[in-house]
Design a protein around this ligand. Structure first.
Ligand SMILES: C[S@@+](CC[C@H](N)C(=O)[O-])C[C@H]1O[C@@H](n2cnc3c(N)ncnc32)[C@H](O)[C@@H]1O
Length: 286
């Protein structure tokens, strides 16, 4: 059965349930490492750093990526006193709970919530000092509603951190592999590709209630060059999570897929020195 309200252009029905247990490895830690850098370089140097009095929400958190990034980037005495980790896919929430069981965060709660409607779970107005929405906005069916909920639940003066892809390398590599085998078939769709374009994230964040003057957008690049993370990403692109890319393939064509992905990864690494992710990082104050 499909997850509740899953974006129709995700590669599989129930995509994020299937992804939960392998997520961190098969993303090559890309979302985690980018967020950890953003916290260190942009949040902690802002007028609104995270500290022991902070109350943080990571919405559409996957398996607890925001909490993991905080632990990776902050000294223990600067961790927030309270953290809510939420996602609308039960498997993601249980993976988060498991991964955070021994975390040094003083108080962390993992809950199944819809980012687009937190009021149904009684998340109060003006509650959080910081709200993280990391690489999830393009997977929402109603992205502006999610931002509206971020705005509503942030305290006045609170900081929202919203990221999305400018260049999502795995899809580019998968498309290159498709072109090697069956260039006549349609390329695998990607959910809400408009977010790759400059300005779209900011427009949606303004539509969700944040004022233009209180928004900053930065670019961030991560080149994944270590073998272990390249292997994890290669596994994602070769495996069942990307079966949509092989729709209409014969058994013989299917059998060539893993090699086509390997070749395309090699092309990417030759060109960029690794697998190159580019992101928009938006910081908005309420
Ligand atoms: C690409 S993952 C990003 C996960 C994580 N934030 C990270 O940094 O890696 C997108 C996540 O959004 C979640 N998601 C999609 N729609 C949602 C919604 N309406 N409410 C809550 N979570 C949602 C998915 O279940 C998935 O875990």
């Amino acid at each position: 059965m499909a997850s509740p309200a899953q974006h129709p252009n995700l590669p599989l029905p129930d995509y994020f349930s299937k992804f939960a247990s392998v997520y961190v490895r098969q993303t090559g830690h890309a979302t985690l490492n980018i967020l950890a850098d953003v916290i260190k370089e942009s949040v902690q140097t802002s007028a609104n750093p995270i500290g022991p009095d902070s109350v943080v929400h990571d919405t559409a958190a996957g398996p607890g990526i925001g909490a993991a990034a905080l632990v990776a980037s902050l000294p223990k005495d600067q961790l927030p006193k309270e953290m809510l980790v939420s996602d609308n896919v039960p498997m993601m929430v249980s993976a988060a709970r498991e991964s955070l069981a021994a975390s040094p965060l003083p108080k962390v709660e993992c809950k199944e919530l819809d980012s687009q409607d937190l009021s149904s779970a009684s998340v109060p107005d003006n509650h959080f000092t910081h709200s993280i929405n990391n690489f999830s906005i393009f997977t929402f069916v109603r992205p502006a509603d999610a931002i509206r909920e971020t705005y509503r639940t942030l305290r006045p003066g609170g900081l929202a951190i919203v990221t999305c892809w400018r260049r999502f390398a795995p899809v580019i590599i998968v498309h290159a592999a498709q072109k090697r085998i069956r260039p006549d078939l349609p390329l695998m769709p990607t959910p809400s590709p408009q977010f790759f374009e400059e300005g779209v994230l900011q427009r949606v964040v303004e539509e969700g209630g944040f004022v233009k003057d209180n928004i900053t957008v930065l670019d961030k690049t991560l080149v994944v060059a270590d073998e272990e993370n390249i292997a994890g990403l290669t596994m994602l692109m070769s495996g069942p999570m990307m079966s949509k890319a092989r729709e209409g393939y014969t058994a013989e064509e299917e059998a060539r897929w893993a090699d086509a992905v390997k070749e395309s990864v090699k092309g990417e690494v030759d060109q960029f020195g690794g697998i190159r992710f580019e992101a928009y990082v938006l910081l908005a104050t309420k």
